[in-house]
Ligand binder design. Structure first.
Ligand code: NI
Length: 431
């Protein structure tokens, strides 16, 4: 379908940070065909749909670079606990009761929430990933999915063959909307041989790895006891960092760890809400960016956030580092927005395809209704998005050239049915 968006104010997130006013944007076969402020540009363009964006702002869809979307089932369960008690004492026992069908519905709820809050791409690490892929394929969202090579809680890598099968079945499927990486949950749930094997599996199929990294001080201390080195050091030694890596958290990095992550081109995912809620600490994002490290943003799962709202993550990311360092010039609005768009695209292996609004990029974009009291007057669109906008201001969402939400109505998800099913699942597993 060819879509013409007219009268659009556009935040492009391109290299020159262009913000356009009253522009025309054409989408053809899923790609951005043209962007122009002159009406001449559309004379040869035959639109099947015309969207009048007057009063709305067009920007790239947000990239939630680290989440566990099926964890929506555990939303608002086990709060105000330290990570180890939260994870091992509360979350894992409930997760053992979750069936593949449960994960399907929980993921659909997560995807519905993400689309309604402007997220068009996410990176997911969770259980029963076959069901996650099914939910992604049906809803039209874009995702980087990963599968663990470990056989249940056993640390042997007997499941590697299932990683190959999952990769073969889903990677680059649905017009390239799905990308498949290998899951290495963390260095505390893996051991040295399984880290090595995971790296080998990723290299063999030429893909990347998604890992939780140096989230808490305890994780770093335990790693020193277990391996005699930091998580970053053991990942470097075992080959984990020889492939593209999505490293969630990186809250506690020594200068040495920071150097490894920079030199190995590891992508860091900053999860400010989750890190604050679990009392893990605050990542040195400013230092990472100054070191040239690619930093993206994520919500983490709904059990430690407790929503999947990237507007909140941008807002927090732009605020907390100013406060911690008593320096209001750190992580400006444009920087926070880029972490949630272009940097996220790059981190998830979709760099050059999505994350900015430029001719030739895939059409993943959102329209924000700016005719709101809390957005009046807009003055500076980028600051408005990061500091004033609410996720509920997202009006229309286009992914891969398809309209998946219009006037806040989801086109690919039966929201009421999904909410009903997830409430039933929660009643069963949380009692
Ligand atoms: Ni996580």
């Amino acid at each position: 379908m060819n879509i013409l968006i007219k009268n659009a104010d556009i935040i492009t997130c391109n290299a020159s940070d262009d913000v356009l006013q009253g522009a025309f944007l054409g989408i053809k076969d899923g790609y951005i065909d043209f962007i122009d402020t002159k009406e001449d540009a559309l004379k040869d363009f035959k639109a099947d749909r015309i969207i009048d964006a007057k009063g709305k702002l067009v920007m790239p869809g947000l990239v939630n670079a680290h989440t566990h979307s099926g964890m929506t089932i555990l939303r608002n369960f086990a709060n105000d606990l330290a990570l180890e008690d939260w994870l091992f004492g509360n979350v894992l026992p409930v997760e053992e009761k979750l069936t593949p069908e449960d994960i399907y519905w929980g993921t659909l709820l997560g995807i519905a929430e993400m689309i309604k809050s402007g997220t068009t791409t996410f990176a997911d690490m969770y259980l029963h990933m076959e069901e996650v892929a099914r939910a992604v394929s049906e809803t039209g969202i874009r995702a980087n999915l990963c599968r663990s090579p470990l056989k249940d809680s056993d640390k042997s890598v007997e499941d590697a063959v299932r990683c190959f099968e999952y990769f073969k079945k889903w990677d680059n499927s649905f017009n390239g909307r799905i990308k498949v990486y290998i899951e290495v949950h963390s260095v505390y749930l893996f051991d040295e041989p399984s880290l090595r094997m995971s790296a080998e599996v990723a290299k063999e199929i030429n893909t990347g790895i998604h890992i939780h990294m140096q989230e808490t001080l305890k994780e770093c201390e335990d790693s020193n006891k277990k391996y005699g080195m930091s998580p970053a050091e053991i990942c470097c030694k075992t080959g984990i960092f020889d492939v593209p890596v999505i490293a969630a958290h990186c809250v506690h990095l020594s200068d040495g760890d920071m150097g490894i992550i920079r030199d190995k081109g590891v992508n860091v995912i900053h999860n400010p809400t989750s890190n604050l809620k679990l009392g893990s600490g605050i990542a040195k994002v400013d230092d990472m960016l100054k070191n040239g490290i690619n930093v993206a943003l994520g919500t983490d799962g709904a059990a430690s956030n407790n929503n999947l709202n990237m507007f909140e993550e941008m807002h927090l990311a732009a605020l907390i580092h100013k406060g911690v360092h008593m320096d209001p010039t750190l992580i400006g609005a444009s920087c926070a927005l880029k972490m949630a768009t272009v940097n996220g695209a790059k981190a998830l292996g979709f760099g050059g395809e999505i994350g900015e609004i430029s001719k030739g990029m895939k059409a993943d974009l959102i329209l924000i209704d700016m005719d709101k009291t809390h957005l009046c007057p807009v003055n500076d669109p980028v600051s408005a998005v990061v500091y004033s906008a609410q996720s509920s201001d997202v009006d229309t969402v286009i992914i891969d050239g398809n309209i998946v939400m219009e006037n806040r109505e989801l086109k690919t998800i039966d929201e009421e049915k999904v909410k009903f099913n997830v409430k039933e699942i929660a009643k069963r597993v949380l009692r």
